[in-house]
Design a protein around this ligand. Structure first.
Ligand code: TYM
Length: 329
């Protein structure tokens, strides 16, 4: 049996990128593996949520996890900050993480570019905390979207380095897990790049019909094709990528043909896409609202998850402390 671990940062609600990039696979995995799925609330602190928002966001992500089909009996579903062993492993791993390699990660360089006024050390060592999340459960499989590929590579590097340094074969090297398929990148509605929580270009699982229609109708397009069978520019290609996630093949083929014959009306395509997203989202949205109003249930789930996660984490930390050479008198 494999140990699978993945997480979602609690900086906002789950969007379609989270769902199709990661969560959809979590659900498939929970029957066959020893699974740990968690809410990365320490990671969310790099964006300074208010105390009220911090807790509320965690609650929502937990409700969303459950609404999409994660089963608290089968998997450990937990909140990162409930497992104090994680920050200790993070501290230990930090001693062998080099500033140069952290500065070279794409996500860090991106932060320097987009928020030069707040390049905090938490952002720099973000991949180390993520490695601690993974290694604390000695996970060997990590389902992630394409955007987390490099962070996972860093986790492998830190695992290997620890093993080499202490001449042990302790940490497995965690591999991406997507059932052999390519890692996914779900695009946003703004024409370029991926759907993201902070980019404001996402459709959330909890969005209602009106919001979804409004967002999809305002997605970026272009003036339309002028040459038969021409290559699609990114914003149009992105709309088709979203369609592939939620629409019937016949619908996609219909609009592809229209595009190829230069007869496409983007308004029609967007209307159809919005309806298909609504059809997909609606049952999940209803469950999210139902679960999030049941605080007792959420408390039970979080506490069961924390218990399972702590049991596994404390064993690892005990081993690691011993390997490093901490001893009591
Ligand atoms: P986060 O919260 O940004 O995203 C959670 C998961 O959703 C995937 N994802 C996407 N996949 C495809 N297309 C998209 N547009 C898209 N947007 C998000 C992400 O790849 C991820 O799998 N640092 C992580 C959270 C984390 C974590 C970990 C993940 C903390 N520790 C340990 C795995 C293992 C993050 O910010 O993901």
């Amino acid at each position: 049996m494999e140990t699978v671990l993945s997480g979602i940062r609690s900086t906002g609600n789950l969007h379609l990128g989270n769902y199709f990039g990661a969560v959809k696979n979590f659900i498939k995995m929970q029957n066959e593996n020893n699974c740990f799925f968690f809410i990365a609330d320490y990671h969310s602190l790099t964006t300074y949520p208010t105390p009220h928002d911090l807790h509320n966001n965690v609650r929502m992500v937990l409700a969303e996890y459950l609404a999409t089909g994660l089963d608290p009996e089968k998997s450990a579903i937990f909140v990162q900050s409930d497992v104090r062993e994680i920050p200790e492993l993070y501290l230990l791993l930090n001693m062998n993480a080099y500033v140069g390699e952290l500065e070279r990660t794409t996500s860090f360089k991106e932060k320097i570019r987009t928020q030069p006024e707040n390049v905090n050390a938490g952002l720099l060592t973000y991949p180390v905390l993520m490695a601690a999340d993974i290694l604390i459960h000695k996970a060997n499989k990590v389902p992630v979207g394409k955007d987390q590929e490099q962070n996972l590579e860093m986790a492998r590097k830190f695992a290997k380095r620890f093993n080499f340094m202490y001449k042990v074969d302790y940490f497995p090297e965690p591999q991406p897990y997507n059932f052999g398929e390519e890692l996914v990148k779900v695009p946003g509605l703004d024409g370029t790049g991926k759907m993201g929580k902070t980019a404001g270009n996402g459709i959330y699982l909890v969005d209602d019909e009106k919001t979804i229609r409004k967002k999809v109708m305002s997605a970026v397009t272009d003036a339309g094709p002028t040459v038969m069978n021409q290559q699609m520019p990114e914003p149009i290609d992105n709309l088709f990528s979203l369609m592939k996630l939620v629409s019937e093949q016949s619908t996609i083929d219909f609009f592809k043909d229209k595009y190829n014959s230069c007869e496409i009306r983007y308004g029609d395509l967007k209307k159809q896409l919005a309806e298909d997203i609504i059809k997909f989202n609606l049952p999940i949205r209803e469950k999210i609202l139902e679960i999030s109003s049941d605080n007792d249930y959420m408390r039970k789930v979080a506490s069961l998850g924390a218990e399972k996660a702590r049991a596994s984490a404390s064993q690892t930390l005990k081993d690691v402390r011993e390997i490093i050479g901490f001893k009591s008198f």
